[in-house]
Structure formats: structure tokens, C-alpha cells
Ligand binder design. Structure first.
Ligand code: SAH
Length: 249
């Protein structure tokens, strides 16, 4: 994987995966975090990219937010964006891998992670992230999810090859419960979260990207994106990202 190419293709997107401000707000409501009078929260947004969700959280909550991503190039853009917004909370960026977090155990009120936990895998990520949450703390995470039990072979094969941990919401919820969470909510992301907010803007950058990068790797990267988008357009009834909101007990 050529990370430089991947970063260059994605850095100008408002977001680097499917989602929406409405979905983040819905998750916040399900988490019970919008209530007035909550004490100042300590939050980490893990795999934040250029910070679509981090900015929503910082606009909504009087909280100290650490936005974490592996790639400093994304965080630099988030820092610029944060200067243009009126934030209630503080926003600090941190470049590190999500499997080597520098937090103390039981020190966070909320761990947020949209479209990113797959990088270490859902089950491993849920256990690892839990160790940093205080008792009663919230995990809000979106993860690719089957919406049905019966599906066309082509789409089952694609995701089983690319991310074997894909499963139904019942399976994902069961993992959360096994690990010691109470699930406060689940909802699948809408089609707009994928097409309007992520895939269409991404498609709009293909031409300029290919003009700038003329090698084989760039071409292959775009071909892989085209395949993924085509599968989504044909099979969106069968999968989405599921947003899971869970509380550590
Ligand atoms: N949450 C953002 C980005 C989702 S894309 C959004 O919804 O827009 C997944 C993000 O995970 C990317 O920004 C990528 O750089 C980051 N990432 C990939 N591997 C990582 C790792 N090991 N540690 C931290 N971040 C990682």
C-alpha cells in the first residue's frame, strides 16, 4: 500500500469515510452526551482523518478532545479547519497508531471512532479501547455491517475477502456485550452518508489525481476505488456502516 498516494487522494475530502454530521449528532444523542450540565468530558476521536467528526464534537460539547490519526498530513488539515470554526471545546491533535495509544487506563469519558476501527479489527479494537474508558464511559464507533442474512454471492465474497470481520449488527452487538458494554443504540448509516458525503466527492477528485500521479500504482488505486463504489451502488441494500453506541459497565 502506497500511503502517500492514499493520503493525497483523500486529504481534500471533508471526510475519509462514509458518515454525516446528522449521524454524529444522532450518536451523540443516543450516548446521552447532549444533556446540559454534564461535567467537562475527556474525549478521544480515533482515526479522525481530517476531522469531520472531531469538529462536530468540538462544536457541540464543552470537552477536551484529542483527535488521533496515523497520518500527520490529515491532522494538519484538521488544525486549519479548527481555526475556522467556533468551538465550544478544545481540540488537540496527536499522530499515533490506534494500537499504541498513550492514554492512562480508565482516563477517558468517551472514545469516538468513525469508519476507522477496522484498521485493527473490531473485536481487538473494542477490547483495547475499553481499557482507556472510565467506568460508565461511552464508546461510539462505526463499523461495516451486514444488513441482511441473505445476500448475493458477489458482495459476500468481496467483503469476506477484504474484511472478514464484517458481520450483522446482532453479531457486533454481541461482541460489545461480551466485552462488558451495555449497548445504548445502533443505527445503520443512510445511503447519503456513502454517496453524497463520501463517494461522489471522491469520484470528483479522480481526474486531477490521475493527472498528477501518472504511475501504475495511482491507476490501480483509482481502479480499486471504482470497483468499491460500483459494488456499493449495486449492493447497498445489503451492507452499510453501523453506528454502535455503548457504555462501559
Ligand atoms: N474518522 C474519519 C476518517 C475515517 S477513514 C472520517 O470519518 O472521516 C480511516 C482513518 O483511519 C484514516 O484517516 C486513516 O489515516 C486512519 N488510520 C489508519 N490506520 C490507522 C492506525 N493504525 N492508527 C490511527 N489511525 C489510522
Amino acid at each position: 500500500m502506497n500511503f502517500d498516494l492514499l493520503i493525497d487522494l483523500h486529504k481534500d475530502g471533508w471526510r475519509q469515510g462514509p458518515g454525516s454530521e446528522d449521524a454524529s449528532l444522532q450518536a451523540l444523542t443516543l450516548a446521552g452526551l447532549c444533556a446540559q450540565g454534564t461535567p467537562r468530558l475527556n474525549i478521544a476521536d480515533i482515526g479522525c482523518g481530517t476531522g469531520a467528526a472531531s469538529l462536530t464534537l468540538a462544536k457541540m460539547l464543552d470537552a477536551d478532545i484529542t483527535a488521533i490519526d496515523l497520518f500527520p498530513a490529515f491532522l494538519d488539515i484538521l488544525k486549519t479547519r479548527a481555526q475556522e470554526e467556533r468551538l465550544k471545546g478544545t481540540l488537540t491533535t496527536l499522530a499515533c497508531s490506534m494500537d499504541q495509544l498513550p492514554f492512562e487506563e480508565e482516563s477517558l469519558d468517551v472514545i469516538w471512532s468513525e469508519g476507522a476501527i477496522y484498521n485493527i479489527g473490531f473485536e481487538k479494537g473494542v477490547s483495547y479501547f475499553k481499557s482507556f474508558l472510565k467506568q460508565g464511559g461511552i464508546l461510539a464507533v462505526s463499523e461495516i455491517t451486514w444488513l441482511t442474512h441473505n445476500r448475493p454471492d458477489e458482495i459476500t465474497k468481496h467483503w469476506d475477502t477484504n474484511y472478514p470481520e464484517i458481520a450483522t449488527s446482532a453479531d457486533k452487538i454481541s461482541i460489545l456485550e461480551d466485552k462488558g458494554f451495555v449497548v445504548k443504540g445502533y443505527f445503520p448509516l443512510s445511503e447519503d452518508c456513502w454517496l453524497e458525503n463520501y463517494y461522489k466527492p471522491l469520484e470528483g477528485r479522480f481526474e486531477a489525481f490521475l493527472a498528477k500521479h501518472q504511475g501504475k500504482e495511482a491507476k490501480e488505486l483509482i481502479e480499486a476505488e471504482i470497483t468499491e463504489i460500483d459494488l456499493y451502488r449495486r449492493y447497498h441494500d445489503y451492507y452499510s456502516y453501523g453506528f454502535y453506541i455503548a457504555q462501559k459497565i
